[in-house]
Design a protein around this ligand. Structure first.
Ligand SMILES: NC(=O)c1ccc[n+]([C@@H]2O[C@H](COP(=O)([O-])OP(=O)(O)OC[C@H]3O[C@@H](n4cnc5c(N)ncnc54)[C@H](OP(=O)(O)O)[C@@H]3O)[C@@H](O)[C@H]2O)c1
Length: 346
């Protein structure tokens, strides 16, 4: 059977702020799966900040390669298997994989896509709706969970600062730290988001990072300092954290969204704080912790079932609106996880 489907391609590299004209929707023919492949009809697409890093001509050493011009974007998606020539996958299975930004994906089983985070795998839709596996029970939950526990090494009574705390990873990290009994400070980019952090997520303190001098805002929110910084933003946020961290403090370097659109990429000017206070800064990627997925789903799933944690969704309908969804995320127009519903059946 020859099928046609649409895919979203990069046709122009953004300079500075991303705009939706950098992309084009193209029709493609979708062949039947070859040996070892499955054909998936995508239902939901995860829109992630890190895609922006791959839209430039070169990417940082050690990171995923740039997306080629006139090539389709890649990103995590969940969909339904409609044909399979790979063992372990049958039509009707709901799977996650890394070939989002298109209607149909031809996925090779066993490939460690997106540095480990995007391998083809079947999800349990009796336990949670498909899109949850792109959010709280997927790479977002894993990033927040592993970042706090296995990277920052949370200890009892730690005071935790989470930046971009109204976003996907940040809101899960902030809620988890709260559930585990920590004092949690969150920051985000608008008064509405600050209200969301205080009133809906019940954080101990929150501030708007646009509302003044960052070190002062942080000092006011955590007058005795912090022990852990969960960094989603980098740049000036990281610099403020180094000053606020107490002796033996730890930083989980999760992302640096303030730098993805060509913002300042110089390091903090106060690096000696790391020596002076015996700080530990550790970068990580969710793909390194995929062996913790079952552990995360059991812990986070229980909190979810008890109504103690939730991830808001910012849903945009239609593949043609994925560029707009990405622009929204990068400019802070979202609260919670940005998803694109790719199919009316989703
Ligand atoms: N290490 C990993 O494996 C891994 C996995 C997933 C995500 N991440 C990282 O986690 C972070 C959050 O990603 P996400 O997908 O969950 O996105 P998100 O937090 O849902 O959305 C991004 C948020 O970043 C904030 N932001 C944008 N520019 C900013 C700036 N200049 N200064 C401060 N805040 C800014 C915006 O919120 P405001 O309104 O609050 O400014 C925006 O809502 C990113 O750094 C991402 O790369 C890492």
């Amino acid at each position: 059977v020859t099928r046609t489907g649409r895919e979203l391609r990069l046709v122009r590299r953004p300079q500075g702020r991303l705009d939706a004209d950098c992309f084009e929707l193209a029709e493609t023919t979708v062949p039947d799966p070859a040996d070892g492949e499955v054909l998936v009809r995508n239902l939901w697409l995860s829109v992630d900040a890190a895609v922006r890093i791959r839209l430039t001509e070169s990417t940082p050493e050690g990171y995923l390669p740039p997306i080629g011009l006139h090539q389709p974007l890649a990103g995590l998606a969940v969909g339904e298997v409609i044909a399979s020539r790979a063992t372990g996958f049958v039509p009707g299975d709901v799977v996650t994989h890394a070939l989002g930004y298109r209607d149909f994906a031809l996925v090779r089983a066993g490939d460690a896509a997106l540095a480990g985070a995007g391998g083809l795998s079947v999800v349990d839709t009796a336990a949670a709706p498909p899109e949850a596996y792109l959010g709280i029970l997927g790479h977002i939950g894993l990033t927040a969970y592993a970042g706090l526990l296995h990277v920052a090494g949370l200890r009892e009574r730690d005071v935790v600062w989470v930046s971009a705390a109204a976003g996907a990873v940040g809101s899960v990290a902030a809620q988890l730290a709260k559930c585990w009994g920590h004092t949690v400070v969150g920051s985000a980019g608008s008064p509405q988001k600050v209200r969301y952090l205080l009133e809906d997520l019940g954080l101990d303190a929150a501030f708007d990072h646009r509302d003044g001098h960052l070190p002062d805002l942080l000092r006011a929110a955590a007058p005795s300092g912090i022990d852990v910084y969960f960094d989603n933003v980098g740049g000036a946020h990281l610099e403020a954290a180094l000053t606020a961290l107490r002796d033996g403090g730890r930083v989980a370097l999760c992302g640096a969204v303030s730098e993805y659109e060509g913002g300042p990429s110089h390091g903090p000017g106060n690096m000696f704080q790391i020596v002076a206070k015996s700080l530990q800064l550790r970068g990580f990627r969710a793909g390194t912790f995929t062996d913790r997925t079952a552990e995360m789903r059991s812990v986070v799933g229980a909190l979810l079932a008890d109504g103690r944690i939730a991830l808001r969704e910012h849903v945009v309908d239609g593949l043609e609106r994925a560029p707009e969804a990405l622009v929204t995320l990068l400019s802070g127009g979202n609260t919670g996880k940005v998803l694109v519903r790719l199919s009316a059946e989703a």
